[in-house]
Structure formats: C-alpha cells, structure tokens
Design a protein around this ligand. Structure first.
Ligand code: PHE
Length: 341
C-alpha cells in the first residue's frame, strides 16, 4: 500500500473511532504512537519519500498524529466523568433530587405524627378553605354578632364592596368542623388541619399565621370521659408514655363545658422551669363538648347526638418537642434551621 493511502486510512480511523474504556484507549495509543507503533513506522518510511512529495506527506502525517492524540484525549475525558456520560447528558433536569438536599419541614413532620396518632383510633382528615365567610368561622360556632368572644381572635377581613366584613381569613380551623358536620354522614371522627391567620404583631412569640390541627368526634353517647381518654392517649403517644395531663375549665363559644389541656412540663417534668413559668405545666390545646347550639346549626339533633372537639397549634407542639424559641424561624426557610430536624 502506498504511504499516502495508509496515512489516509489511519486518519479516517482516528476521526471515527470511539474509544469506550481506558484500556481501549491505551491499546490504541500503543498501536499507533508506541515505540514500535505505526506512526514511527510511517515516519521511518517518510525518510525515503522523494523531496518533491515531502511537504504534502509531512503535513498529512502531522494531521494524523493530531487526530490520534485528539481521539485518545477525548476517551480519557469521557472515562473520568461519572458513568462515562457525554457533556450534553450531564445536566439531567428530570432526575429526582438527591434525598439529602431536602426533607420534610418540622411542622409537616409533627402534623403527620398527629395524623398517625389519631389515625390509629379512626380519625380521618378533612379540608376546607383558608378564605372563609363569617358564618363558618363565627356565627355557626355560636359567636353572636355582638359576642365579645369575636374579639378573642383578631381577624383579617378581605375587603369587598357590598358586604364588608363577611369574607375573612379563617382564625381557626373550627370552620372545617362546621363544613364536615354539614357534609359528612354521622358518626364523624375527623381532623381539620391547616393554616390560620390572626392579626398579631409578628414577634418571636406571635405570628400573623400559624398551623392548627383541630379534631371533632360526633356520635351517640359521646362523653367528656371519651374526650379525656382520647387526649390522654394522644399526649402519651406524642410526648412519651409517662406523660401526665390536666384539664382546666375554660371558655369557648362553641363548646360547653370547655377546657384547656396542659401536660406536665416536658423540660423539668413538673418541677418548675422557665418554659413552664415555674408552674410545672404547659398548655397545649383547647377542647370541650360541642355546644348543642352548634350541632343544631349544622342540622344535627342534639337530643340524639353529642360530640367533642379539640384544637391545637402545631408550632406550639414543635416548641415543646424541639424548644424552638422564635416562631418566625418556622416560616423563614433558613436551611441552617431546617436542616436540624
Ligand atoms: N378553635 C379554638 C382555637 O382556635 C380551639 C378549640 C377547638 C377549642 C375545639 C375547643 C374546641 O383556639
């Protein structure tokens, strides 16, 4: 074969070749560029080329050498990349995120734990709108128009021409309890989770929104003892099997009797510390027997049915479990904070 033809064949090979592994690249390098390789042979023969053809053949030889080196370099780069992928494949936007780059928000983790605990005793989950009307948030829950309890919860109203102060951001998810009683068949055993809004100045201890999980059980013969035992079960699942609770009389327009539940302080076990303000107890939720007037408002006969309800703040539970002393941290999405949970 003519020298020129051999160079052309090898050049074509060098341009087409796709070396897949480091060994393949090394073998190719030895065959072409090694001491006894084809390039040295060709340079040897080049010495005998007549002067008139030297320029042309010399250039072709250099071109071939460059092409061979390029093929080897490309193979080396490709093999050093993970899984030998081509540059174009390396940014795969559809690839699922690395699990370590994100995880459940602490409030989601607690909300899911609450779902799990009540799920075991038959509670399902109900949903309702954050933008509500006065009837579902107040009136149906037994707040009369001039009832001072309306001021207990400073409300954000949505301005609309025509009916001012009728559309508002819900101040509690008790509105979802009303919706459940209106739409679900009895008996009802449901949780009402969600974000609620109150017109508070934002500080470490208060925020203009927070998260609640409320619960409702309506059936025949539901008693206060059922409420007590359900909440004791919850507290022990959530805070540990030796947790003690106490119920203090309280007031809510929609429950009668009403109570607030405390648990023995999780920090000092009841001995007194700054978290429990040296009382040994911390408040975690409000509860009570559903007021007969509320059942009636939802078309349920209070002569036949009774029920209990309770409502807790998810941030409050998180504070007790993790001792986060600034509420704002929960909504700032600072990864240094979130990565701790
Ligand atoms: N809705 C009350 C609140 O937001 C909590 C509550 C729910 C109290 C159910 C009693 C019964 O504070």
């Amino acid at each position: 074969m003519q020298l020129k033809e051999r160079i052309e064949n090898l050049l074509e090979e060098a341009r087409k070749i796709r070396l897949q592994t480091t060994e393949e690249a090394e073998q190719y390098r030895i065959r072409l560029l090694g001491r006894k390789g084809e390039m040295n042979e060709l340079f040897e023969e080049f010495k005998n080329v007549e002067p008139a053809a030297k320029k042309e053949i010399g250039q072709a030889l250099n071109q071939l050498k460059n092409a061979i080196q390029a093929a080897i370099l490309q193979a080396k780069e490709q093999c050093s990349r993970p899984e030998g992928r081509q540059p174009a494949d390396m940014l795969d936007l559809s690839r699922p995120a690395d699990e370590r780059t994100g995880h459940r928000h602490p409030l989601s983790q607690i909300r899911e734990e609450i779902f799990r605990i009540f799920g075991k005793i038959g509670f399902d989950i109900s949903d309702g709108p954050e933008i509500e009307d006065d009837w579902h948030v107040f009136t149906a829950l037994n707040f009369s128009a001039d009832h001072p309890a309306r001021d207990m919860q400073d409300t954000f109203f949505v301005e609309r021409s025509g009916s001012p102060k009728d559309v508002l951001l819900r101040t509690h998810t008790s509105s979802v309890q009303i919706r459940s009683m209106l739409s679900q068949p009895l008996p009802i055993r449901t949780l009402c989770p969600g974000r609620v809004y109150r017109n508070e100045v934002v500080s470490a201890r208060a925020h203009c929104f927070f998260h609640q999980v409320e619960g409702l059980y309506v059936d025949k013969n539901v008693s206060f003892a059922d409420l007590h035992d359900t909440l004791l079960y919850f507290a022990r699942e959530m805070f540990g099997s030796d947790t003690r609770i106490r119920l203090r009389p309280s007031y809510f327009p929609f429950t009668e009797p009403s109570a607030e539940m405390d648990i023995a302080c999780t920090i000092c076990a009841g001995n007194g510390c700054s978290l429990c303000k040296h009382t040994g107890w911390v408040e975690i939720l409000g509860c009570g027997m559903v007021d007969p007037a509320v059942l009636e408002n939802c078309g349920i006969d209070p002569g036949q049915y009774s029920g209990f309800a309770f409502g807790m703040g998810v941030e409050r539970i998180a504070n007790l479990l993790y001792r986060v002393n600034d509420l704002r941290l929960f909504s700032e999405n600072d990864r240094r904070f979130l990565a701790q949970f």
